[in-house]
Write a protein that binds this ligand. Structure first.
Ligand code: ZN
Length: 258
């Protein structure tokens, strides 16, 4: 073998090793890539209740229970509403809280969210007044209106209706919170696959109002959860049970890892 031939064999061998090493590395990176949840809100919550808005309060709860997840906050005032394509495309779950700025959300982002849920299986979690948010209505395909919205309640008692559902895992059979706004049945949405939570609001006039609180659907390839509580003047996203429900919902809604 000439020295040139041995040199060529050596170079080819090194190249082959390089190919093996690089493909092993990319597979390892895929396996170890963190799962990602994006928490979005519009920045309209009162700062005496939510100093860093609702997305930060929810993210704080998620970071304590989903330690191996990447938890990202996003808001309406950032470019692309804080959800550029690169983030949306790697998000396993998107959580949405909106109220006063539904109309300001850009339609092209809504279309991208719909596609990610229906075609790619991204999970979507919609909270309280987001029943009228554009992505919520787009995914449901219905009016998404409630029978009534009244600020006449004092407390809300949540009861577990579907105890075997993963979102109810570790949640007490019933728990109460201060909640000064009730939405009344019916909620104009497609039939839910499961109603995980129901509730009873105590009203200022001494009466009670029962309504559904936690709904699950399959939407295309994706899973969707709607949770009724979450009025911005009530600090419920600091409540341990609510935080557990949202963390459970993230795990439930995330697509299976390929
Ligand atoms: Zn509200």
């Amino acid at each position: 073998m000439t020295s040139i031939e041995s040199f060529r064999i050596a170079v080819l061998s090194l190249a082959a090793i390089g190919i093996v090493v690089s493909s092993t590395t990319s597979k390892a990176q895929e396996k170890t890539a963190k799962r990602c949840v994006v928490v979005w809100s519009e920045g309209t919550a009162p700062t005496n209740i939510y100093p860093h808005d609702i997305n930060a309060a929810i993210a704080e709860g998620l970071k304590t229970s989903l330690k191996d997840w990447e938890v990202v906050t996003a808001g309406i005032d950032s470019p692309d509403h804080g959800i550029p394509d690169a983030l949306l495309n790697r998000a396993d779950v998107l959580i949405w809280w909106g109220h006063k700025k539904h109309g300001a959300v850009k339609d092209d982002l809504v279309a991208k969210i719909e596609k990610r849920v229906k075609e790619d299986g991204m999970g979507f979690i919609s909270l309280h007044s987001s029943h009228f948010a554009k992505p919520n209505k787009k995914l449901m395909g219905t009016a998404c209106s409630w029978g009534a919205y009244v600020g006449d309640s004092t407390t809300l008692k949540i009861t577990v209706k579907d105890a075997d559902h993963p979102i109810a895992k570790g949640i007490p059979k019933e728990f109460s919170m201060t909640h000064n706004e009730r939405y009344s049945d019916p909620y104009a949405v497609p039939e839910a696959k499961s109603i995980v939570f129901e509730g009873v609001a105590d009203l200022k006039n001494g009466k009670k109002d029962e309504s559904k609180q936690g709904f699950c659907w399959d939407v295309g390839k994706g899973k969707m959860f709607y949770f009724q509580p979450g009025h911005e003047t009530n600090p419920i996203f600091f409540d341990e049970n609510v935080r557990k429900i949202i963390a459970n919902a993230v795990l439930w809604a995330a697509p299976e890892k390929k």
